[in-house]
Design a protein around this ligand. Sequence first.
Ligand code: NA7
Length: 547
Amino acid sequence: MTSVGEKKPETATHLEVDVAVIGTGFAGLYALYKARKELGLRAHAFDDAEGVGGTWYWNRYPGARSDTEVTAYCYSFDRELFDAWKWTAKYPRQSEILAYLNLFADRYDLRRDITFGTHVDSVTWNDETSRWELRTDKGHHVTAQFVIEGVGLLSSTNLPTFPGQEKFKGEIYHTARWPHEEVSFAGKRVGIIGTGSSGVQCITEIAPECGHLTVFQRTPQYIVPAVHGPRDPKILESINADYEGYWESVLRSVTAFGFEESSVIGEGMSPEERDDIFDRQWNSGGGFQFMFATFSDVGTSLETNQAATDFIKRKIKAIVRDRETAAKLTPSDLYAKRPVCCDGYYETYNRDNVELVDVEAHPLVEITENGIRTNEHEYELDMLIFATGFDAVTGNYLKIDHRGRGGVELRTKWANRPLTHLGLMAAGFPNLFMIFGPMGPFTNQPPAHEAQVNWAADAIQHVREHHLEAIEPTQHAEDRWIATCDEIAYATLFPKVNSWINGANIPGKPITVMFYMAGMGAYMDQLRAAVKSGYADFTLLGPVPAG
Ligand code: NA7
């Protein structure tokens, strides 16, 4: 048994804590801080990685950076840290975000309660003791009253297997499992599969270094410029003038990105007027900004959405010199995936050493010793990069064998689709909080993590102060939440397009709504209402009878 402040023996395999935390990215670190420092509880965290950072630990590929302006991509609760940490740019690189999270871990001395390089294999509810039992791949057995999981929305890698993959003699990488050592591209024939956010950033960054770069694209995406640069002095000024007010406005907004969202309806406006607004946003940059700061209905109105896609298509045509390449880069679907931005992406295809292969038209048949063979041609490669994304939203939850009340398996409960209440808790799984779990808000993550961890901490406090054992959403509340999420999502254009947002990127995964799409402000109202009602949508379990 170990308690706060006590040094754990190296060999300890059994830990008894109040709160077990899984993951040490933005969410897990804050959960550990909150449980230990603010609630004064015994807490311990586990992470697969050898260090803190979550997604920013793993995604070290060249070009990896946040595309949220960093003034909203950080913790808000610690004003001193906010002022002390000087971000070098508005969209910082992975290394800088990782350094920030490391500093956070040091600032609050969190590492003494983290076990790295360790995967939690199972999380099992014990009906008799009303405690969770966790087991890890390193033999730990942890007993905890509460579990907070910050396992990552985009963390479980998607590595498709192509016939012959094992034969490839060159270097092979996945963007989200990039090595810590420097990778040299000089003079090499590099192939990259995937043109989502990761692929687009990586392609643009490495193209000038490669001998030759072949991009294997299945579905083109709409990419707008990031317009990377220094932090916006106007935003910094407004934050200095009213720090609390700034964060309140982030939590009241739709995206929680910290920019001013548009309330202008694009539908019915003249094409010239609309293009003028799109043009201004194109020049000031940002993917979410292009979708949410231009008009309020890009994601809901077919007419405004088409105006956006027409605008981007014209830009592709104007930038990319080779007609055939421009045509291949031009999407035909709606603009309703997670919006992507990157400076210089389309310009990259004007380089002599970059070639685009359409693997939708000419499917990838096999990976050979020397490269990739499509049904048309064999491409010789020295290096192959998979930028094929993630088994998003549910992937990491389902890698852990969760068993709730009565031994019910989460994998069974979620066989057809993930089911939660508030994207945070699931009926049948008491005292288990999933930070940014399925059916949570579709927003910038760090502010949402903080809000959800705060909510979980309040719920934990409530249970403890009232001498209860557990809190769990009712089945009715969960059903209602799922119906609400569906209704909202189907009023948008997002379900009409296949992407990781609805599970369509993973063969065999249920294609379904996985987010609450009404925005951060509405989500905050839901969180507050749940508390204000005295947890009316939750079952509060009393103490286990003695003997
Ligand atoms: P994404 O956005 O899921 O992109 C993955 C890319 O990989 C996408 O272009 C896929 O094409 C492609 N892909 C996946 N599997 C295959 C196969 N089997 N063959 C060919 N191409 C394939 O992942 P990212 O890592 O770029 O970004 C994910 C999120 O992380 C991002 O939105 C940010 O929020 C951070 P497809 O489109 O499926 O045809």
